[in-house]
Write a protein that binds this ligand. Structure first.
Ligand SMILES: [Fe+2]
Length: 158
């Protein structure tokens, strides 16, 4: 193999790794979006208005985020994953069935955010390794967002 071909192959492998990492975060984010929406619809009890509104802000933010992640996948030459069944099975995030107590919705969402956070950290590491600073920047933004949301959700559980 000549140098040009081997460089091309290694750059293709780097892109594939980056696409896989971003698609994992995309699937996690879509699964979390669905669960947050489910909690928004079905939450009930004394703190209804606060949680209903907080969940709404969270799923709206996630809706913007999945589009941005998917379009980053396309920008680096990959194809974005989609379809509810495929997204849910890739995410592997445990689903819940209402009705639940308020704290149980929040606790389930904490678990989902934490899983997503680990995959976003993994994607940030991959971006660093393949020197894709734009994907790294995107993942740093997502990590910052999920850490903040985790702080808020966990504060509710205290
Ligand atoms: Fe609504």
């Amino acid at each position: 193999m000549n140098t040009m071909t081997s460089e091309k192959n290694s750059s293709t492998q780097m892109t594939t790794r980056m696409v896989e990492s971003l698609n994992q975060v995309l699937a996690d984010s879509y699964a979390l979006l669905g669960l947050t929406h489910l909690a928004h619809w079905n939450v009930e009890g004394a703190n209804f208005f606060g949680l209903h509104k907080a969940f709404e802000e969270q799923y709206q933010e996630l809706f913007e985020a999945v589009d941005e992640i998917a379009e980053r996948v396309r920008a680096i030459g990959g194809y974005a994953v989609g379809g509810l069944h495929r997204l849910a099975s890739m995410a592997g995030i445990e689903e819940f069935t209402p009705p639940l107590a308020q704290k149980d919705y929040v606790a389930a969402l904490v678990t989902a955010h934490e899983k997503l956070l680990q995959d976003a950290i993994q994607a940030r590491e991959t971006a660093g390794q393949v020197n894709d600073l734009e994907s790294q920047d995107l993942m740093i933004g997502r990590i910052t967002h999920h850490e903040k949301t985790l702080w808020m959700l966990k504060s509710f559980l205290k």
